[in-house]
Design a protein around this ligand. Structure first.
Ligand code: AMP
Ligand code: MN
Ligand code: MN
Ligand code: MN
Length: 274
């Protein structure tokens, strides 16, 4: 078994269609794949058809935006029932927040004489939810930045044009949506929040109270030392451990599909709870 339980398609900020993503997973030898687009379930039906054709196990997933102690946190919901009404209503809320934020971002950029609406809209087409990486790509396409990294440095972040502060649902709400849909919640890329171990432990305690019982121990950007620390926390709190590359596109070689190391044997893998 080779699992990758965190990746994106063009239904959010990934570059591939779900069909192409599943084909790439098959090539990479992945047997169990979760598609986890930001705040949308819309790519899952197409991914399921492709997975059935290639004999891959598709785990229904989503990456939900969440605010914890004023900070943006991502929680991946795995093995969720995508038809569950509570989850669907929650996802609609987050989607609407994304549309509203995009509108506010267009207006903020326009204050700086930067007009992104047409480019962003054509990048997203009808299918996807607007994300900051779409804005970053538009800034590159229109010559405001040489690459997306630079776009995120000059724009889109706190204190820069195009930054709109967001209040996402809290951990309790996210936990309730995932729980109602019979899924398991997993803290995404814990190393990216730059939290001390003490603060990370507090986040985990709050997550557990909300029924979110998993943590990504192996990701594309966790080094050996971080993975060991996360494995330690998983054991300490009795959490399910997950593995996810956070793949977005082929031009990000630091996050290859299937590129996250497999979990060590003493951990409780999240799929044991599916
Ligand atoms: P959003 O959820 O729309 O606010 O966008 C968040 C996404 O933007 C993350 O999942 C990353 O993929 C990407 N992102 C955030 N910060 C940066 C950054 N500094 N450089 C490149 N990508 C970033
Ligand atoms: Mn992303
Ligand atoms: Mn994320
Ligand atoms: Mn992600």
């Amino acid at each position: 078994m080779k699992a990758d339980l965190h990746c994106h398609s063009h239904f959010s900020d990934g570059s591939l269609s779900p069909t192409d993503l599943v084909a790439l997973a098959h090539q990479a030898g992945i047997t169990d794949l979760a598609l986890t687009d930001h705040d949308t379930l819309d790519g899952l039906p197409e991914a399921q058809i492709a997975a059935d054709e290639l004999g891959i196990t598709l785990i229904t997933g989503i990456e939900l935006s969440c605010t914890w102690e004023k900070q943006l946190i991502h929680v991946v919901g795995l093995n969720v029932d995508r038809h569950n009404e509570v989850l669907k209503a929650g996802v609609e809320q987050n989607k609407q927040r994304r549309y509203d934020r995009a509108e506010a971002m267009f207006e903020d950029f326009e204050q700086h004489d930067i007009f992104l609406r047409d480019t962003v809209t054509s990048l997203i087409r009808e299918r996807g939810v607007p994300t900051r990486p779409h804005f970053a790509q538009a800034l590159v396409d229109l010559g405001y930045a040489k690459d997306k990294k630079q776009a995120f440095k000059r724009y889109l972040v706190k204190g820069k044009p195009g930054y709109i502060p967001m209040l996402w649902p809290d951990v309790e709400q996210i936990g309730a949506w995932i729980g109602a849909a019979g899924g398991i919640g997993v803290l995404a890329h814990p190393n990216r929040y730059k939290l001390t171990r003490t603060k990370l432990s507090r986040l985990i305690s709050d997550m557990l109270k909300a029924g979110i019982e998993g943590i990504e121990v192996s990701t594309s950007t966790t080094d050996k030392q971080q993975s060991a620390m996360l494995a330690d926390l998983a054991k300490q709190f009795g959490l399910f451990a997950s593995v996810g590359s956070d793949f977005h596109s082929k031009d990000q070689p630091w996050a290859r599909l299937g590129g996250a190391a497999s979990l060590s044997k003493e951990l409780k893998p999240v799929w044991s709870g599916f």
